[in-house]
Design a protein around this ligand. Structure first.
Ligand code: KG4
Ligand code: ZN
Length: 337
């Protein structure tokens, strides 16, 4: 079965063609980074306008690069939630029309589930496993029993991890997108230069939860100390020290959840799963006998292949969406029970 996946939830306009859920025939990602760079953040109205301009060309390029005809498609999967509403609507409206014109099913996909599923496309991992979903909008630790059976164990109680990377980079004028820049600068910095605080979340209900706003504020306040002390600011050391603590805050509940649940497999997904320190720390769990997988770098950040991959799983189980399905900015899944 051949599925076209469309992703327009934020600032990447992407379309991919995936055969049988694992064979990526094409994965075209048109990034809007240059457009949003001057604002050091994604401007929603600009994002949706560009999706409107690009979507048809991106889909046509994905079909061309896959070496198929559009009539070879068996279904169209599209991210329908959560995300920027205007951006989501471009993808959803296009996908519905495209599927209807071709007389094939259309499947609305939850973006967060797609991130979590991404590693399954390239490195299938046996269920159940501990899922670690880290992106610009979400930070979730969950038990994954099947592609659509996910129990949330812990989440951030304030900022998402990627948001913290982006805000620190913006405050220090390091560049955009923040996570990528901080990861790169950290390679040349001393991670022990500054000891930024981690959260202390009391209560059993927060056992696997995380918090990033305190870390973000501490890193931002550090600039005031530099100014008062007349000390020279090292972006590399700031980046490395922040990154070390950001990853540390996540790894603590990951280790705890593994111990408590007895799960022996771990898989990560989302833009921050591209982070080199996080990948190393997760990979290090293999020394303790765990099996660890994550998507290749291209499948960590937003892409159409993860949407097509998950769409295939739904299609195989006979689950499709009706034509009334619309885009929704809100997170409907991924709340703690
Ligand atoms: O999954 P994604 O592309 O979009 C969302 O669904 O949010 O994730 C984007 C986030 C941004 O916050 C970006 O700064 C972060 O992923 N990111 C990284 C890295 N690459 C992207 N964070 C840390 N290290 C990276 N190498
Ligand atoms: Zn995403």
């Amino acid at each position: 079965m051949i599925v076209l996946g469309i992703e327009t939830s934020c600032d990447e306009c992407s379309a991919a063609v995936v055969r049988d859920g694992h064979d990526i025939l094409s994965n075209v990602i048109a990034t809007q980074i240059e457009l949003h760079k001057p604002y050091q953040g994604v401007v929603p109205e600009l994002a949706s306008r560009l999706h409107t301009e690009w979507i048809q060309q991106v889909v046509e390029a994905a079909i061309r690069q896959a070496g198929i005809e559009k009539t070879d498609l068996d279904a169209v999967a599209v991210t329908s939630r959560p995300g920027l509403l205007g951006s989501l609507l471009v993808g959803v409206s296009f996908a519905k029309c495209y599927a209807t014109a071709l007389g094939i099913p259309f499947i609305g996909i939850d973006h967060i589930r797609a991130h979590l599923y991404a590693s399954q496309i390239e490195n299938p991992l046996e269920y159940p496993y501990l899922g670690v979903l880290v992106s610009g909008g979400h930070t979730v630790i969950c038990r994954v029993d099947d592609y659509d059976k996910i129990d949330v164990l812990g989440t951030t109680i304030d900022d998402a991890i990627g948001e913290a990377f982006d805000k620190v980079a913006k405050f220090y004028d390091l560049g955009f997108p923040g996570g990528v820049v901080i990861d790169r600068l950290s390679q040349k910095g001393d991670p022990t230069a500054y000891l930024f605080p981690g959260p202390s979340l009391d209560g059993d209900e927060h056992r696997y939860d995380m918090s990033y706003s305190g870390l973000k504020t501490a890193v931002i306040n550090q600039r005031e100390h530099f100014r008062k002390d007349g000390a020279e600011e090292s972006p590399e050391n700031i980046a490395a020290s922040f990154q070390r603590q950001a990853v540390g805050i996540l790894m603590k509940p990951v280790r705890l959840a593994l111990k408590d649940t007895g799960l022996r497999r771990v898989s990560a997904g989302g833009g921050v799963a591209a982070n080199s320190l996080l990948r190393k720390e997760l990979k290090d769990l293999e020394k303790s006998g765990y099996t660890v997988t994550f998507p290749s770098l291209k499948l960590c950040t937003d892409n159409g292949a993860m949407v097509a991959g998950l769409g295939y799983r739904y299609l195989k189980d006979g689950i499709t969406s009706d034509s009334y399905l619309s885009a929704s900015a809100r997170v409907t899944a991924f709340k703690k029970n």
